[in-house]
Ligand binder design. Structure first.
Ligand SMILES: Cc1cc2nc3c(=O)[nH]c(=O)nc-3n(C[C@H](O)[C@H](O)[C@H](O)COP(=O)(O)OP(=O)(O)OC[C@H]3O[C@@H](n4cnc5c(N)ncnc54)[C@H](O)[C@@H]3O)c2cc1C
Length: 310
């Protein structure tokens, strides 16, 4: 059976697209991928998603979204999408997954982006317990304590600057002896008395307290390999993101980092009928609410596209 609409991904973008599409009677088929619920299932409390004045746990928020979409007729397939191409003769998209091949008139890609971490032992368990890749999300949890940011580009400098509102001290750990950020951004960071650059350094290990929260890191000098401890309550990783877009081949254009290029200020891509929403197509904001908003746009644009085919 040919599907009207396939949605790939079950983060805030995918679920919101599914809610809107299901309420428009499109009965979307949603591929969950192997991270059901997306990035927010890896964190604890969310304080900035509207509608929850007391905050809400990430997994609970995502479970609610999933239920809401299902209630209106979204169907889930617990499969990973391996590739998508467009069949010349029929104009249908062929979506190949770990479980088989499916055809659809329109596709919404909401596959997110993975923050890069250092790959050290114990990192996965520490996320949400003193290790994060989002100052906007987690900065306010670390008031009047020392924190550090890892990275040397514009994002790292922006995160460090933002964190000075809360933290008692912000160490900016960079493996070289100069920042890659723009001159203006460098000036801002280097002139800030709360920010201390730690040059030619990287993190070699994390230490936790008895409750499993980060309490310090081991710094390693990149020139001499010398190690020393640094007391910080949170590490903010700012060494880039990897969008999950490679499986689309040349159906989409991507920027230098792999983020899908949208062509209409909304969620259209260079391929008519293929829409992209959330972090996978958002090199700038990467927030749950902005991903959800883009999921809404994508469903409405897909609906309009499907109408145009009738
Ligand atoms: C630790 C942490 C804490 C955060 N805290 C906050 C916060 O407090 N507030 C906030 O607003 N934002 C926060 N964020 C950012 C937020 O999680 C993201 O902006 C948001 O989840 C992006 O949503 P998305 O729908 O675009 O993608 P994601 O949530 O990344 O979901 C991607 C989905 O795509 C699926 N997928 C990927 N590849 C495939 C494939 N090939 N086939 C099928 N499915 C696939 C995955 O399984 C997943 O379901 C946090 C992020 C992290 C990592």
């Amino acid at each position: 059976m040919n599907e009207k609409l396939i949605i790939i991904g079950t983060g805030p973008a995918g679920y919101t697209a599914a809610i809107y599409a299901a309420r428009a009677d499109l009965a979307p088929l949603v591929f969950t991928g192997n991270q059901i619920g997306g990035q927010l299932t890896t964190t604890t409390e969310i304080e900035n998603f509207p509608g929850f004045p007391e905050g809400i746990m990430g997994p609970e928020l995502m479970f609610n979204m999933s239920q809401q979409a299902e209630k209106f007729g979204a169907r889930y397939a617990y499969e990973d999408v391996l590739s998508v191409y467009r069949e010349e003769c029929s104009g249908l998209f062929v979506v190949t997954t770990s479980g088989g091949a499916y055809k659809a008139q329109a596709v919404i890609v909401a596959t997110g982006a993975k923050a890069r971490y250092l790959g050290l032992p114990g990192e996965k368990e520490l996320i949400g317990h003193g290790l994060t890749a989002c100052a906007t999300c987690d900065g306010a949890f670390y008031r009047d304590v020392p924190v550090c940011v890892v990275g040397g580009g514009d994002s790292a400098c922006e995160e460090a600057s933002f964190l000075t509102r809360f933290a008692s001290k912000v160490y900016l750990i960079h493996r070289r002896d100069m920042l890659r950020a723009s001159k203006a951004m460098q000036q801002r960071v280097l002139n800030d008395p709360k920010i201390e650059p730690v040059w030619n350094s990287t993190i070699a290990a994390y230490q936790t307290d008895e409750s499993g929260e980060l309490c310090s890191v081991t710094l390693q000098d990149t020139l001499t390999d010398e190690q020393r401890p640094l007391d910080v309550k949170c590490v903010f990783m700012a060494i880039g993101h990897s969008p999950n877009s490679a499986f689309l081949g040349d159906l989409v254009d991507v920027d230098g980092a792999g983020f899908i290029v949208r062509t209409n200020g909304g969620t259209a891509t260079k391929t008519p009928g293929l829409f992209a929403a959330g972090d996978v197509a958002d090199p700038v904001y990467r927030q749950a609410i902005s991903a959800a908003g883009m999921g809404c746009w994508a469903a409405m644009e897909a609906e309009r596209y499907l109408l145009s085919l009738e």
